[in-house]
Design a protein around this ligand. Structure first.
Ligand code: NAD
Length: 348
């Protein structure tokens, strides 16, 4: 299997072709804008509905448009002149958000229908859609010792209520725009992406960032306790952001993956309890654990089956969880200190 440094991607893209990234004020979109900027692409347009000061990353030279893409006129403006469109805009968050705000999650379909049509009309060469493991059949995820999910497990469909169905239907748009209209579409099903520059407080944060913050709060207050959602036995895999952006690039530029949803996730499974233990170890502390059994906890277990991605790309996300968590913890610790000092930090 290829190492990251051995990957060569034929993008069929000029350095000054316009790359449009929606959701660029958020975690993955912002990281993708930086990734293409660092590769030397000179025309990148980031779009997000958040006001500019709230964007997680500001990448030099990237055109920033603050617009709500659920409005069709804005989507048309966003896609104007695009050669490639990466649609990462969605109203989303961790389990606490997606279990409580299903309508908001479902309404992201407006962004997706607007953006794919606008991209098609703008004559974009390629369109990327960020789907999710939440599109998978929830009946297959009732056991913590879960069988890893492979791409065919999305059907028969029983997606996560709200968020998962929005993703599944939007995937369907990608498939039909290719079949009927010839728009080249690519779809990745992300499995729990984490890393620096993501949401770490405010209610939309996901488990890895929430754990880091809770451990930092315990250290800060001297109350050496941590509250865990569920009984901690639920299992997940977590994919580091650097693997995620590299995976997006490869998937977008792979002819075998046109209109073919593919997992983009790590296959390193861990329980929430073990994840807490890992963060405690990184922070050099041991906390008293309590469990909130009524809190949102999602499916019992979920892992990414990477057989397909290994076969097609000869690659899979392989940053060890511990390495990614060390970097994430260090970044959140910095943010935490900055917030305490009254400085502006990445926020929801
Ligand atoms: P994020 O919340 O950090 O970023 C999403 C961005 O989209 C936000 O900045 C938000 O302001 C913007 N947005 C929402 N609605 C908009 C609208 N109507 N118009 C314009 N902008 C809008 O989330 P993320 O983690 O970066 O996720 C990016 C994509 O990846 C999303 O589609 C998400 O569903 C998908 N995904 C993420 C994960 C993960 O673990 N982070 C897992 C599966 C799928």
């Amino acid at each position: 299997m290829k190492k990251n440094s051995e990957i060569i991607i034929d993008r069929k893209l000029n350095k000054d072709d316009l790359i449009v990234i929606t959701g660029a004020g958020g975690f993955i979109g912002g990281s993708l804008a930086r990734y293409f900027h660092d590769l030397g692409y000179t025309r990148i347009r980031g779009v997000d509905r958040k006001p500019l000061p709230d964007w997680y990353q500001r990448v030099p030279g990237v055109e920033c448009l603050c617009m709500d893409l659920s409005d069709n006129a804005n989507a048309i403006r966003a896609a104007e002149g695009a050669i490639e469109v990466y649609n990462l805009a969605a109203d989303m968050g961790g389990m606490g958000f997606i279990e409580h705000f299903r309508v908001e999650c479902l309404r992201s379909i407006l962004v997706n229908t607007n953006m794919i049509e606008a991209s098609y009309r703008a004559g974009a060469h390629r369109y990327f859609f960020s789907s999710s493991a939440c599109a998978y059949n929830t009946d297959l995820q009732k056991d913590a010792n879960v069988r890893a999910l492979k791409e065919t497990d999305a059907y028969p469909a029983m997606a996560e209520r709200g968020y998962g169905w929005e993703k599944l239907v939007s995937e369907m748009f990608c498939e039909e725009y290719w079949v009927e209209r010839g728009l080249e579409t690519h779809v990745a099903r992300f499995h729990n992406i984490f890393g620096p520059n993501g949401t770490w407080f405010g209610g939309r944060e996901k488990a890895p960032a929430a754990m880091c913050r809770k451990v930092l709060e315990a250290l800060d207050t001297g109350n050496l306790a941590i509250n865990i959602w569920g009984d901690g036995s639920q299992t997940r895999s977590f994919c580091f952001i650097e693997d995620c952006v590299l995976g997006i690039d490869q998937i977008m530029h792979c002819d075998q993956l046109i209109a073919t949803p593919i997992n983009l996730g790590s296959s390193e499974l861990i329980s929430v309890n073990a994840l807490v233990g890992m963060v405690e170890d990184i922070a050099g502390v041991k906390l008293q654990r309590s469990y909130d059994l009524g809190a949102p906890k999602g499916v019992a277990g979920r892992n990414s089956d990477n057989t397909f991605i290994e076969k097609v790309l000869d690659w899979e996300p392989k940053t060890p969880l511990r390495t990614g968590m060390e970097k994430t913890y260090a970044w959140i610790a910095e943010q935490f200190a900055d917030r305490k000092a009254g400085k502006r930090v990445v926020k929801d």
